[in-house]
Design a protein around this ligand. Structure first.
Ligand SMILES: *Cc1c(COP(=O)(O)O)cnc(C)c1O
Length: 254
């Protein structure tokens, strides 16, 4: 069921408690973990409510949906993440509407985002930017990206194959308007979240292997874990969890 007014704030408290406990279980500091509230299909009113309860990171999976809610949420000082598959013809908008693209899975897409963010930064630096155009993303800085790795063997699922990772990392690190944060991954759906653990481990191992080449500070971000498995993901090293249903209740039509 979709959460009602008041329930959303309570859900946030509960999810935060669970994040804290999962972190402490494995000797991690809860502050290391960023909660991204996945607001796809949710109304601007509910997003506003979660914001007022304290949420500051939001995830959307469609550029158009972010755009349609924009006017209603213009006053929020929040960080917006694109977490869904991004079509190449939407890169220009995405580079303006989001602070982070968490689902980059090929170099051509990264190159397009780099160019689009460069253009956006140049336009915003020019004070003649139409006052009617709301400032959509924090401009002037680099667009953060995460590389999405395909953890689910199902062919239709998005993400780059693990063996493409070194080439992707090398390519993205050369792009001046992007900042490579780390990796994102979605395990196959399993009834028992414990069964997702090996997939989270694998994503972390891929990151650690890259660190062996790039240095211990490289790729700090591991975005993994959703409503039904975020605690397992945190135990395996997640620094960002993407949680929708546990905050907002069941999405319409699901
Ligand atoms: C919808 C979605 C989520 C959140 O899923 P819940 O099960 O509702 O927490 C997380 N990540 C991605 C990429 C999504 O599309």
């Amino acid at each position: 069921m979709s959460a009602t007014s008041g329930e959303i704030a309570e859900n946030l408290v509960r999810v935060r408690e669970r994040i804290e406990l999962a972190a402490l279980r494995t000797g991690r500091r809860p502050e290391e973990i960023t909660l991204i509230a996945v607001s796809k299909t949710q109304s601007a009113r509910k997003i506003q409510e979660l914001y007022e309860a304290g949420a500051r990171h939001f995830g959307e999976n469609r550029v158009q949906e972010r755009e349609s809610k924009l006017a209603h949420l213009a006053g929020l000082d929040a960080t917006w993440h694109m977490i869904g598959h991004l079509q190449k013809n939407k890169t220009s908008k995405a580079a303006r509407l989001f602070s982070s693209i968490d689902s980059v899975d090929n170099l051509a897409l990264a190159e397009k985002l780099d160019r689009a963010r460069g253009e956006f930064n140049a336009e915003s630096a020019n004070t003649s930017l139409a006052a009617s155009e709301p400032l959509l993303a924090a401009s002037g800085n680099r667009l953060r990206v995460l590389i999405e790795i395909k953890l689910d063997p199902e062919p239709a699922k998005s993400g780059a194959d693990a063996d493409e990772l070194p080439r992707l990392v090398e390519g993205i690190l050369r792009l001046p308007n992007l900042e490579l944060g780390g990796l994102m991954g979605i395990p196959p759906y399993v009834d028992d979240p414990e069964d997702a653990r090996s997939y989270f481990r694998r994503l972390r191992a891929l990151r650690d292997a890259m660190r062996a080449q790039l240095g211990a500070e490289a790729l700090p971000v591991l975005s993994m874990g959703m409503s039904h498995d975020f605690e397992i993901a945190i135990e395996e090293g997640a620094t960002e969890v993407r949680v929708g249903t546990a905050l907002f209740g069941q999405r319409e039509g699901t």
